[in-house]
Design a protein around this ligand. Structure first.
Ligand code: PLP
Length: 361
């Protein structure tokens, strides 16, 4: 099957085979990683290697720490204000879709949230930055680098920081393209889309922001506590760290993030070009400047649900699964994460062309 799911999502076959190979006997120890003590020498080596790999592949500057946490991206929606509030009264939020909206809502429990513009629905763009209302006294400026539900990606650069640390949710475009840490304070994401399995959340934190947490911050959400314990404050998601370790090695073998990015551009470009050349049969509502290279969302025949259901059924028959759009948006969503190859994307492209031929009036 070709799994176009939005997350948890497809893993590279090489990674799955390696896991299978090592299942009963990891590194000659006679057991699998998920059975090992998180305090063992071997697991410690695996954890440190994983940090080194992500540092190298993402080109993470020295003044950032890499933390392995739990609670998903959603856990960070709370952890971020809990850790960063300091003496500030509020944080600024850029709301461009469902995930940044959810982050702002959760953060409001722990800090005053100000939105730099009034979000307008349906979410289809990043509104003009010139008109945003910023506050240099904000604790941080939050944005979602890729809105998974709506298929909106901040490109080509991050928002202007206005002298406050940027906080980026990269859950759905982690290592999908080169990332510039300039002006950032926190970059975080769950690993279940581009980097492995559900359960591990990677949080990359600028060192000077550590230690400002609110007194009520749970220890497992405290960046200070996590750093002091090299992410071993409590039992970490050992299986998740192992899976991510293998995915990172796979990315490295593929030529690193630049090579992955080139393939991602080719994949998404292929699907968007079919949409754009379909005379409206396929339609992507997202502003072309901010179209996601990861989650390609489109409607068929102006949102004809019957045709969309037929398209999905035909896709399933051709071994393509999980192409249904998010329930709040409808239509089709093809998630083209790193593990989806150009050849697999071509299968979808061929089906789109065939379907259009037989169904366009
Ligand atoms: N942020 C983005 C961009 C997401 O796509 C998701 C989940 O799909 C989340 C956050 C929430 O992540 P989790 O389910 O790991 O809490």
């Amino acid at each position: 099957k070709i799994n176009f799911a939005a997350g948890p999502a497809k893993l590279p076959e090489e990674v799955l085979l390696k896991m299978q190979e090592e299942q009963l006997n990891y590194a000659g120890l006679g057991l699998s990683v998920i059975e090992m003590s998180h305090r063992s020498k071997e697991f410690g080596a695996l954890l440190n290697e994983t940090i080194t790999l992500i540092r190298e592949l993402m080109n993470i500057p020295e003044n950032f720490e890499v933390l392995f946490m739990q609670g998903g991206g959603t856990g960070q929606f709370a952890a971020i204000p809990l850790n960063l509030k300091g003496n500030h009264d509020h944080a600024d939020y850029i709301v461009t879709g469902a995930w940044s909206a959810k982050a702002a809502e959760e953060a409001a429990k722990y800090i005053n949230v100000k939105k730099v513009f009034t979000p307008s629905k349906p979410y289809v763009t990043v509104p003009d930055q010139e008109k945003w209302v910023h506050d240099e006294n904000a604790s941080y400026l939050y944005y979602c680098a890729n809105e998974t539900v709506h298929g909106i990606e901040f490109t080509p650069t991050a928002p202007e920081s206005h002298n406050v640390p940027l906080v980026a949710d990269v859950s759905s475009n982690f290592l999908a393209r080169p990332f510039d840490f300039k002006d950032h304070g926190i970059v975080f994401g769950g690993t279940q889309k581009n980097l492995g399995a559900a359960g591990l959340t990677i949080v990359i934190v600028r060192k000077d922001l550590i230690g400002k947490e609110q007194a009520i911050t749970p220890a497992v959400f405290s960046y200070k506590e996590m750093i002091a314990n090299n992410s071993l404050y409590n039992t970490p998601p050992t299986g998740g760290i192992y899976t991510t370790n293998l995915v990172l090695k796979w990315i490295k073998e593929k030529g690193g993030v630049e090579a992955i990015y080139a393939t991602n551009l080719a994949k998404s470009g292929l699907i968007y070009s079919i949409i754009d050349e379909s005379n409206g049969f396929y339609h992507c509502a997202v502003d072309k400047r901010y179209r996601s290279i990861m989650n390609v969302c489109f409607r068929i025949d102006g949102g004809n649900e019957k045709l969309e259901a037929e398209f999905l059924e035909g896709a399933t028959k051709r071994n393509m699964i999980n192409l249904k759009g998010h329930r709040s948006v409808g239509g089709i969503r093809a998630s083209l994460y790193n593990a989806i190859s150009l050849e697999e994307t071509q299968v979808l492209a061929d089906w789109m062309i065939e379907f259009k031929k037989t169904h366009q009036q």
